[in-house]
Design a protein around this ligand. Sequence first.
Ligand SMILES: C[S@@+](CC[C@H](N)C(=O)[O-])C[C@H]1O[C@@H](n2cnc3c(N)ncnc32)[C@H](O)[C@@H]1O
Length: 307
Amino acid sequence: MGELHSPVLLNESIDYLITDKSGIYFDGTLGFGGHSSKILESINNDGLLVSTDVDLDAFNFSRSKFGNKQNMKLYNFNFSKIKIISKLESIKVYNGIFADLGISSHQIDDPASGFTFREEAELDLRMDKTIKLTAAELINTFAEDEISSIFYEFGEEKNSRKIARRICEKRRINPIKTTTKLAEIISELVPERYLNKTLSRIFQSIRIYINKELEVLKTFLDESVDLLAEGGRIVILTYHSLEDRIVKEKFQYEELKCVCPKDYPVCSCNKTQRLKILTRKPVYPSDAELSINRRARSAKLRAAVRL
Ligand SMILES: C[S@@+](CC[C@H](N)C(=O)[O-])C[C@H]1O[C@@H](n2cnc3c(N)ncnc32)[C@H](O)[C@@H]1O
């Protein structure tokens, strides 16, 4: 296997994340271990890194890459299970929690992973192969308006209705089983110059729906704030506006001291401020990084500290 994945915003992530070399850190998106390696390099033997990935291939690859490192624990769990993982490790709080959302270059490039629309593969799009619903089942059995809402809600696709209608017409003749077949159907409706972007949005929307990506992100963020030590950092890399909005709004909510309506004379909400945002504007990859890693182009880093 060539280059499996180039870690994005690597130095920036570590600079925001690590505050204590002997601290306990969590990497929710282990992937091919790019960020985890750098976290390990940045902590000493008293420190600990717990890393997880829901994708079995990524987990297996990283398990052999890291072997049985003393100060690293590896899991093949969804990051939304951070509380369960922490219980298993008897960890009460972390000094830093990190996630680099989405999928890796390897998942995108490897036809067997079924995430690419450029090569023929079964329509699958599950990161966790124990999930029951596949992309093929969604495309071939969901009602037209359900499919159209998925494209619109999770892909922000303006032609969602037109594309869903054509899919439903085509599947009556033959079930749509492969990534390339779905791409071919969409290509009949969209001008060549918009095709790649449309296909990216459609595949992204199916992936988000099947893997419940926005729901698990919300759970992960809620539980992460509970699990941060005072002064501990949370650092999240996002790649599209839907996930970025969730991170931004969660950080903003946790920064508020009070959520009472403005006309209340006294505060009765009992809310406390738990985070201070460290990145008023998101951090973007430098031009130097963008020139060597195209996949970094949509990345945004947001970081906050637990009060
Ligand atoms: C962008 S890649 C991470 C790459 C990693 N930082 C590196 O440098 O190698 C995202 C990874 O997160 C995993 N992932 C996505 N959502 C997840 C979730 N909810 N729980 C655990 N892993 C997840 C994907 O399977 C993928 O391997």
